[in-house]
Design a protein around this ligand. Structure first.
Ligand code: G3H
Ligand code: ZN
Length: 294
């Protein structure tokens, strides 16, 4: 089927008080695993490519984007492409030509007024191109190995009143909120501020996005969706699954040389993780059809 549009998937999910899972992809194995997991779960999904992933691919967006678009068009479920955590205007401008229907423009590291001005300019440009745009206010933290922010520091959590003004001032379509999650956690031990999420949900009439979702246990994920999150970003959980499976395979097969052996088990581990997380987000638990035990 043709590429889906992120905004349409999220509008449908938000209307039903569900969330769209959005998985970060780095390699072709990630792309194939996310699509296979979503097909097994029978649910739409967003494939997202971050600016950091583009940097890893020698700064080139198109090789991975074109592979992702080709795979998505052959999927049995709706799949949309999203450009994630973009700082570079040059990369932003490549989005429409590379099959992306949406972008996350990340100026959250800037002081409020600068974040607002940069995001507004990005949103004006994106909308003129027909792109759906997400921005961030507050600091989810943990990107690029940085330590998690002090939750009591000014601006660390998203303030509902400031968020309402930011959305009005920028015209963005969705907002990533800092409510207690942190990027790149390899354990599922984070806890969200559900009271803050409720206040944000009441203050804003656009979809809310959760970043750093790999660090949350199942119950926190389902509570986040119940609390108004409409897009759930997951990256590290795939890398934990892939790397763990490859490490185990190579320990058991020290003579292995064919990369398909270890990449294959890594890919299958990611398929199970995607299927299971989609099932948890959609159904509130992982029923017996899911491919992976908790
Ligand atoms: O934008 C991407 C996500 O926020 C992924 O975060 O790697 O901690 O799951 P994560
Ligand atoms: Zn993120």
């Amino acid at each position: 089927m043709p590429l889906a549009a992120t905004g349409e998937l999220i509008a449908a999910a938000a209307a039903a008080r569900h969330a769209v899972p959005a998985f970060n992809v780095i390699t072709l194995e990630h792309v194939e695993a996310v699509i296979a997991g979503a097909e097994h779960a029978g649910a739409p999904v967003v494939l997202q490519v971050s600016e950091n992933a583009v940097k890893y691919r020698y700064g080139r967006l198109l090789p991975l984007a074109r592979a992702a678009a080709e795979a998505a068009e052959r999927a049995a479920v709706p799949v949309a492409l999203h450009l994630d955590h973009i700082h570079s205007d040059g990369l932003l401008r490549q989005a429409p030509g590379a099959g992306f229907s949406s972008v996350m423009y990340d100026a959250a590291r800037l002081p409020y007024e600068e974040n607002l001005a940069a995001t507004r300019a990005a949103a004006d440009w994106a909308h003129a191109q027909g792109l759906w745009i997400e921005a961030e206010l507050g600091q989810v933290g943990g990107k690029n190995g940085e330590p998690p922010p002090d939750p009591h520091a000014p601006g660390a959590r998203t303030d509902p009143q400031e968020a309402a003004a930011f959305v009005t001032g920028t015209g963005v379509d969705a907002l990533a909120v800092a409510v207690g999650s942190t990027h790149a956690m390899t354990t599922r031990t984070a806890a969200l501020d559900h009271g803050l999420l409720k206040r944000l949900s009441a203050a804003l009439d656009i979809p809310l996005v959760l970043h750093g979702s790999s660090g949350l246990p199942d119950g926190e994920l389902t509570a986040a969706v119940a609390g108004g999150i409409a897009k759930v970003n997951i990256g590290t959980a795939l890398n934990v699954a892939m790397t763990g499976a490859i490490r185990e395979f190579l320990a058991a097969h020290p003579e292995a040389a064919d990369s398909r052996g270890y990449l294959g088990v890594g890919r299958e581990a990611m398929v199970r993780t995607v299927d299971r997380l989609i099932t948890v987000l959609r159904d509130g638990d992982a029923p017996s059809h899911a491919l992976e035990a908790p």
